[in-house]
Ligand binder design. Structure first.
Ligand code: GDP
Length: 196
């Protein structure tokens, strides 16, 4: 089951702030502007739910949402903007590393990739971190409504499959989504439900 009211629970800034690992947890990661808030909102049927994690001050927090009492949705801050001072970035990376490698109920991390851009260097850093944390991740392509034709679609699929090939933690199936049109949302929901 993946249903029930969705609510923001808390933003976690240290390991001892994590909620009890007592339910299925899925995590969403992606570079800033990839469409992560829109996707989480489409997935949960809640407008503006995930906006919380884009607000300044929440950008170094692991944001937990509850879905009924069966799942946590975890929203990681968008990466790719090196705006914070180095010690802050390092503290965040330590927390992220410890969270990813030490969370027994974390079933899958969905890494969002803009379908117009494919996998970039900045995405490779998070993929490497997921490999070393031994957390299965699955790539979700966003904004596929922006692809003009089949050739563009094939080009991005080929690029993404090639970039994923060296990653042992990658789940092979890609999910193609558009939060605007609704493509892939039901698929993503059923993938999450199957992880129970
Ligand atoms: P975030 O920074 O990753 O949370 O990204 P947002 O969800 O705020 O989206 C960034 C921008 O992309 C916004 O202007 C959205 O309207 C747009 N966007 C998000 N999802 C889609 C989509 O599926 N299709 C299109 N065409 N635009 C989208």
């Amino acid at each position: 089951m993946f249903a029930g009211p969705v609510d923001f629970l808390k933003g976690v800034v240290a390991m001892d702030g994590l909620p009890a690992a007592d339910r299925v947890e899925v995590c969403f990661a992606g570079r800033s502007n990839v469409g992560k808030s829109s996707l989480i909102n489409a997935l949960t049927g809640r407008k503006s739910l995930a906006r919380a994690s884009n607000t300044p001050g929440r950008t170094q927090e692991i944001n937990f949402f509850t879905v009924g009492d069966s799942h946590y949705i975890v929203d990681l801050p968008g990466y790719g903007y090196a705006s914070a001072p180095l010690p802050v970035v390092e503290k965040w990376q330590r927390l992220l590393r410890r969270y990813l490698s030490g969370r027994p109920t974390l079933r899958r991390v969905f890494v969002l990739i803009d379908s117009r851009h494919g996998i970039k260097k900045v995405d490779q850093e998070i993929l490497a971190l997921l490999d070393s944390s031994a957390v299965t991740f699955q790539v979700v392509l966003t904004k596929i409504d922006k692809l003009r034709n089949d050739a563009e679609r094939e080009r991005v699929l080929t690029q993404v499959r090639g970039a994923l090939a060296p990653h042992p933690a990658a789940f092979p199936e890609l999910v193609l989504t558009s939060s605007e049109r609704g493509d892939g949302i039901a698929t993503l929901r059923s993938i999450i439900a199957s992880l129970a």
